[in-house]
Design a protein around this ligand. Structure first.
Ligand code: G3H
Ligand code: 13P
Ligand code: ZN
Length: 332
């Protein structure tokens, strides 16, 4: 058993309470590679922001769970090396799909886990979440749960259609499970294709897709039922058009990719939404930089040559999210 406290990580308890009170949201960035980890830490240190580094099932499969755990430990030391005296870094399991996976993460140094029982019937979701909470809380690890189903076409996280969270269920769910935060469904979804073109309108001037607004009425109703309770938004990438355009310009093919407009996330961050998950935007920034680099330097073959601009592009993206969207800068 390795306690996250020994690794210099923190859980989400105080961080979320502060964020809800302060009207901002903590960035939750997924990482699979060293470059992503470095970019996340550089951005968090430069902006003086707390940060959640999250690991999905797919990331564990790709990079190996032990390596990711050591990278997070390294991330704390790296933040200190960059001049941050007291980094506030959470290592979080994203979309944990079983008690066993959550337990294994808790035992190996994660400070926070998500148990995603959103596809289960309500009572089974409660039962599974409660089991994870009981174990996690013994080790002072915080637990995110989910109610409502997100639509999406991400490889590891799939759902045919979304079902908004039912506000009338949240009190019973939060009370019976004892979870520390709740991911809700209000119209966000995973991946770079969050809406079908027929769900959007088109800007007559640019021809670009304009997505439908998030269900802020559902969010408001949830907040009314659970005042001050930490709420989480998954699937919150905005799919920056500049990166999509660069990818398409240099040989990629991402037609009609569309995300959540940043002004809607800004609005959500001011409410009880205190954790906003962003993964796809970092993938887009990295891919755009690499495609551009290869187009401009066909003679390059040293990964450091193309991963350096890729890492810089991700860092700029993370800084932009922290300062211009979530408002978590200067909160250490
Ligand atoms: O919520 C999904 C995250 O974007 C992780 O995606 O399972 O492909 O690593 P992944
Ligand atoms: P995006 O695909 O919108 O980046 O969502 C990521 C996410 O929700 C991770 O859990
Ligand atoms: Zn998610």
């Amino acid at each position: 058993m390795v306690s996250y406290k020994k690794l210099g990580l923190v859980n989400t308890k105080k961080m979320f309470a502060k964020a809800v009170k302060g009207g901002y949201a903590i960035p939750a960035f997924n990482f699979n590679t060293m470059e992503q980890m470095q970019a996340i830490i550089q951005a968090a240190v430069e902006t003086k922001s707390p940060v959640i580094m999250q690991v999905s099932k797919g990331a564990r499969k790709y990079a190996n769970p032990t390596i990711l755990r050591y990278m997070a430990e390294g991330a704390v030391q790296y933040a200190k090396e960059l001049g941050c005296k007291k980094p506030q870094i959470v290592l979080h399991l994203d979309h944990g799909d079983s008690y066993e996976t959550c337990k294994s993460c808790i035992d190996s140094g994660f400070s926070s886990v998500m148990i995603d029982g959103s596809s289960l019937p309500f009572k089974d979701n409660i039962k599974l979440t409660k089991k994870v909470v009981n174990y996690a809380h013994k080790h002072d690890v915080t637990v995110e749960a989910e109610l409502g189903v997100l639509a999406g076409v991400e490889d590891e996280v799939q759902a045919e259609e979304s079902h908004y969270t039912k506000p009338e269920e949240v009190i019973e769910f939060a009370t019976k499970t004892g979870c520390d935060s709740l991911a809700i469904s209000i119209g966000t979804s995973h991946g770079a294709y969050k809406f079908k073109p027929e769900q959007c309108t088109r800007d007559p001037k640019t021809g670009k897709l304009i997505p439908p607004p998030l269900a802020f009425d559902v969010l408001k109703a949830v907040e009314k039922k659970l005042p001050g309770f930490p709420i989480v938004l998954h699937g919150s990438s905005s799919v920056p058009q500049e990166h999509v355009d660069t990818i398409n310009k240099f040989g990629g093919k991402l037609p009609d990719a569309v995300g959540i407009p940043e002004e809607q996330l800004r609005k959500a961050a001011k409410s009880a939404v205190c954790k906003i998950n962003i993964d796809s935007d970092s993938r887009l920034a990295m891919t755009a930089a690499i495609r551009k680099h290869f187009a401009e330097h066909p003679e390059h073959f040293d990964p450091r040559q193309y991963l350096t601009p890729a890492r810089d592009a991700m860092k700029q993206l993370y800084i932009h999210k922290i300062v211009k969207v979530l408002g978590s800068n200067n909160k250490l």
